[in-house]
Write a protein that binds this ligand. Structure first.
Ligand code: FES
Ligand code: FE2
Length: 434
């Protein structure tokens, strides 16, 4: 392994035999530039949830591979580069809003919501044969909606979104499309930055089950309720971590057995019939008594389904937007089923942000640690020594044989097998020349 990123396109970063991953993958700006091209330029990336832009003209501004794009409802949902074709000025300055047209604040070029240029204000000075049709806003070539989740991709030749999600759609359905009307985003996302590589977030959510009791020792020991819950979290024999062939994975944590019955009431009883209408029996069985699910869709769309009260579940979407090798922007949304009451939604929203928002109880712990890991790694000495994933090795070739859901699954959940598989997938995409 090299001690810097200078051979970014030639070397391997994952040492499969010894369970190491080069630190360069987490601090090198050269590798980061390659990620923007090969990962964020070629993979499907989450842009928004359709409930954020319900009306014609509603838009949100999001990041797609380092570029800001306007995600707008105009009949269909489109995504357009947020940059004027004249001198590049941003059309939308606000994170979200409603627009009839997009008018540039610099010289006034105006665009329709489908991106077409309407006027330059000085059309009379344009050449007779000026092709306005070629001066529209740059569209994201592929935008697709999977059950309310809007994804975009800069690569026009990417596989269709359902194929990209592959077997993991089975899990996404159970968390994001389990009632007839589906999920709803309850408030604009929290958005903040931290000095850490985006993959630390993805790894944490796809299967870092070793960090909970140390990183989150504060909230799990100081608060008497949480302290009691820490006991409940001792993984039951059903708990499992898994990953699909497409590189998407999650951990499903079930309660231990022999607890008082109320602890097993993880979903609202009134939602059960709606789930039964929408999901298959094996998906319903997966959700039953599930205490926490936490996962990641490759590359940077994470989610948590957490119990926030008896019969109350919050579904959180997390996104780790790459800003630089050592900086990311984090977005956090809270969702609930559209069919639930306003009071239920309000409770879930408050509890969701209290735990997983910008100032959330768990968030503060993780951010400090991730920034510290990057700060201590971003120097020539530390970069000679790779990160260790050794607890993956004894398990890699021994997945659980009795797990019914899609993907390769492992027990127990406190090994790094899924995190290591994520890094192997990341390396395959980075090395692929397609
Ligand atoms: S930069 Fe947009 S109109 Fe000139
Ligand atoms: Fe955490």
């Amino acid at each position: 392994m090299a001690d810097d990123g200078s051979s970014a396109t030639r070397q391997r970063w994952v040492d499969e035999a010894r369970g190491f991953v080069s630190r360069d993958a987490f601090v090198s700006e050269e590798i980061f530039r390659l990620e923007i091209e090969r990962i964020f330029g070629r993979c499907w990336v989450l842009l928004a949830h359709e409930s954020e832009i319900p009306e014609p003209g509603d838009y949100v501004v999001r990041d797609l591979g380092g570029a800001r794009v306007i995600v707008v409802r105009d009949g269909e949902i489109r995504a357009l580069l947020n940059s004027c074709r004249h001198r590049g000025t941003e059309l939308c300055r606000a994170d979200q809003g409603n627009a009839r047209h997009f008018v540039c604040p610099y010289h006034g070029w105006s665009y329709r919501r489908d991106g077409k240029l309407i006027t330059t204000v000085y059309d009379r000075h344009m050449p007779q044969d000026a092709a306005f049709s070629e001066l529209g806003l740059i569209p994201v070539p592929r935008v697709e909606n999977y059950k309310g989740l809007i994804f975009g991709c800069w690569d026009a030749d990417v596989v269709p979104l359902p194929r990209y999600l592959g077997d993991f759609a089975w899990y996404l359905d159970a968390f994001f499309a389990r009632t007839p009307r589906g999920m709803e985003v309850l408030a604009p996302p929290h958005r903040w930055r931290t000095k850490a590589n985006w993959k630390l977030g993805a790894l944490n959510f796809i299967g870092d089950n070793q960090h909970v009791l140390t990183t989150h020792a504060g909230p799990t020991t100081l608060d008497p309720i949480r302290s009691a819950q820490a006991g409940l979290f001792t993984p039951g024999k059903d708990s499992v971590q898994l990953i699909t062939d497409e590189g998407h994975g999650c951990t499903l944590t079930y309660l231990k057995e022999d607890l008082p019955e109320k602890y097993y009431q993880t979903h609202a009883p009134e939602l059960e019939p709606l789930y039964a209408q929408t999901l298959k029996p094996d998906q319903l069985a997966m959700l039953r008594r599930l205490r926490v699910a936490v996962g990641n869709v490759f590359p940077n769309f994470s989610f948590i389904e957490a119990t926030v009260g008896i019969g109350q579940k919050a579904v959180i979407i997390r996104q780790w937007q790459p800003v630089g090798a050592t900086e990311m922007e984090i977005l956090s949304w809270v969702l609930a089923e559209r069919e639930t009451t306003p009071e239920y939604k309000q409770h879930v929203l408050k509890a969701g942000f209290r735990l997983f928002g910008m100032a959330g109880v768990f968030e503060q712990d993780d951010l400090t640690i991730w920034a510290s890991a990057i700060a201590a790694s971003d120097n020539p000495v530390a970069r000679r020594y790779p990160f260790g994933f050794q607890t993956a090795l004894p398990y890699l070739d021994h997945p659980a044989t009795d797990f019914a859901g899609p993907g390769r699954a492992w027990r127990p959940i406190e090994t790094e097998v899924v995190q290591f598989e994520f890094m192997r997938r990341w390396e395959r995409v980075m090395l692929s020349n397609r």
